[in-house]
Ligand binder design. Structure first.
Ligand code: TPP
Ligand code: SF4
Length: 583
């Protein structure tokens, strides 16, 4: 009997991989992809891991694929930049066991530093790409991706976007059919050793593969024509197809499921069958430009449509020739994100703020240290970059710069270590502060090598961050508790004055991990001089109301207060005490 389940796109991808007999799942967390691997782990009977970063995840999968295991590798769009090096050469070597790389793109940057369109990767690396438009397609296309991967001996890109990942739909599910790896591995030097002599041979084979894929895609059922009014023809894929279908239900459609290589003849035939041809797609004119390059006329749409997420209103406006409206509902009140009450990062940023240092930063919850009132983070580019930037600043400006780098523990392990080695190797007098909150908080609290727990929550091997830094050769490695404000500030101050590399590890778990709260603090309004210093820590638990004298009287919301005591430590009047304590 047919079984149906309500699944998010991410859960459907996991289910599709599981049904396809996937034996190896790896990835690195990143919105909107983070739920895929835990869902695959939950289904069981498949090895799954959080890898140190996306490159490690893809390379490990490439190994498992050599012996025939089917492998799923998951990441957000920027993760593919990190994994691009192995991806491009994997397209040469081929894979043996099916290998599917999920790239989850984030139009409108709901939780990302850019909104790059990863469809270009498929074309550049010459790997086939599938784009599901619903949860059902997410499951079906994942299974199909494994088949294509093995049939053509190539990695396959499964490109999804936030709305596909996080929307739910009813999905028909099937059984799992397992494929056992063939161990031990057998040497195939000409296939897997990319010496130039072999790479040139593989390059020629890749051209043959692309030609075969072009033939395959012309009749593949993954692309379909939907008959409708011949006056308007729409080529679309992914979530953009859903919006276009909602806006123009009566139009003729060419709904693409495989978006590289494109079915050129199918596109020509479709274009010839309609009077006006539109290409509706999110982000770059990736499809439109290729269709135009075939000599097919495409009705132009406003360029502003390429920025941010689509929605039915924007698509409708564009088709009607009026400027497409904003990307999200304009009348919602803005809710700027902020560090939680009791967040261990706050103590470090308060110290950095006080010391008036220039801070090269990185990506994680701690990026919020850039916002008022702390305003103590001054760069954020890509994972690991802050540790590179501090070295560059110190070398360009000379000794004595009042600048430090901050980096989260997960980010440090992902891509901060190599930059720290560069600092050590080039004897850069740089200070690196590792914000060790024992989790990957920003993406939902995943584990990593520094936590000592695996994807399954069970014990892994715990990376000792201090020993690692000492092992690199850094002589000054100090661990501080960011809840101890004086200690933290003193450690940073001393490190900045040193003329050699140093590392401070600010160690205290994220408050959402422990969920333990200390006794709340209260403001003693008699001792309080309304100086406003406690307001500078930017804790959401501290609120203030205007006084008759035009100042602000701080108060602490006992329900929000975590009991961390940072405000009490910075109060110059000693006017903040734990509830129940006397002066
Ligand atoms: C290459 C890449 N992969 C994944 C992400 C998604 N991401 C953003 S920050 C982050 C790590 C956050 O953890 P951590 O550094 O420990 O800081 P925390 O949020 O815990 O403060 C991740 C995985 C990304 N931005 N770039
Ligand atoms: S989730 Fe954890 S790390 Fe992130 S802001 Fe909250 S307390 Fe800080």
């Amino acid at each position: 009997m047919e079984q149906r389940q309500l699944l998010s796109g991410n859960e459907a991808i996991a289910r599709g991989a599981w049904e396809a007999g996937c034996g190896f799942g790896s990835g690195y967390p990143g919105t909107p992809s983070s739920e895929i691997l835990p869902a695959l782990a939950e289904l069981g009977d498949c090895y799954t891991e959080w890898s140190v970063n996306e490159k490690c995840a893809l390379e490990a999968a490439a190994g498992a694929a050599i012996v025939g295991a089917r492998c799923l590798v998951t990441m957000k769009h920027v993760g593919l930049n990190v994994a691009a090096d192995p991806l491009f050469t994997l397209a040469y070597t081929g894979i043996n066991g099916g290998l599917v790389v999920v790239s989850a793109d984030d139009p409108s940057m709901h939780s990302s530093q850019n909104e790059q369109d990863n469809r270009h990767y498929a074309r550049a690396a010459k790997v086939p790409m599938l784009e599901p438009a619903s949860s059902q397609e997410a499951l079906d296309f994942t299974k199909l991706a494994f088949e294509i991967s093995e049939r053509f001996d190539t990695p396959v890109l499964l490109r999804v976007t936030t709305r596909i990942c996080h929307s739910h739909g009813v999905v028909s599910v099937g059984e799992r059919s397992v494929k056992q790896p063939a161990c031990p591995p057998q040497p195939q030097v000409a296939k897997y050793v990319m010496l130039p002599v072999h790479a040139r041979q593989r390059r020629a084979l890749m051209a043959q593969r692309v030609a075969s894929l072009r033939r395959y895609v012309e009749s593949a059922q993954v692309n379909r024509r939907e008959a409708g009014d011949p006056a308007v023809g729409i080529i679309s894929a992914g979530v953009a197809y859903q919006y276009a279908k909602e806006v123009c239900p009566g139009a003729s459609f060419l709904k693409l499921g495989m978006t590289w290589p494109l079915p050129e003849q199918m596109i020509r035939d479709f274009a010839a069958s309609v009077q006006k041809l539109y290409v509706i797609e999110e982000l770059d004119p990736y499809l439109a430009e290729q269709v135009q390059a075939m000599g097919v006329a495409v009705t132009p749409l406003p360029e502003s449509l390429q920025e941010g997420e689509l929605n039915p209103e924007r698509v409708k406006a564009a088709l009607e020739g009026s400027p497409p409206g904003p990307q999200s509902a304009p009348d919602l009140p803005a809710r700027p994100p902020q560090l939680c009450p009791g967040c261990p990062h706050r103590g470090v940023f308060m110290a950095l703020h006080r010391l008036r240092l220039f801070v090269t930063g990185d990506i994680g919850c701690y990026t919020l240290g850039a916002l008022p009132p702390l305003q103590a983070l001054h760069t954020c580019m890509c994972m690991g970059a802050g540790v590179g930037q501090i070295h560059g600043i110190n070398q360009a400006c000379g000794a004595g710069q009042r600048a430090v780098a901050v980096i989260g523990d997960s980010t440090f392990v992902h891509s901060g270590i190599t930059n720290l080695i560069n600092i050590f190797y080039n004897n850069s007098p740089s200070v690196v502060i590792i914000l060790d909150n024992a989790t990957t908080a920003m993406t939902g609290g995943q584990d990593h090598p520094g936590t000592g727990r695996t994807l399954h929550g069970g014990p892994g091997r715990k990376l000792d961050l201090a020993a690692l830094c000492q092992g690199i050769g850094i002589r000054h490695v100090q661990t501080v508790d960011p809840y101890d404000f004086k200690q933290t500030q003193a450690a940073i101050k001393a490190a900045v004055e040193r003329d050699e590399p140093s590392v401070i590890i600010a160690s205290r778990p994220c408050v959402l991990l422990s969920r333990q709260r200390g006794r709340p603090f209260v403001v003693d309004e008699e001792s309080c001089t309304q100086c406003g210093v406690c307001l500078q820590v930017g804790c959401p638990a501290i609120i203030s109301s205007p006084t008759a004298a035009g100042r602000r009287q701080p108060q602490i919301d006992p329900l929000l207060c975590s009991g961390c005591g940072l405000c009490a430590q910075v109060c110059p009047q000693d006017a903040i005490r734990q509830a129940g304590d006397t002066a």
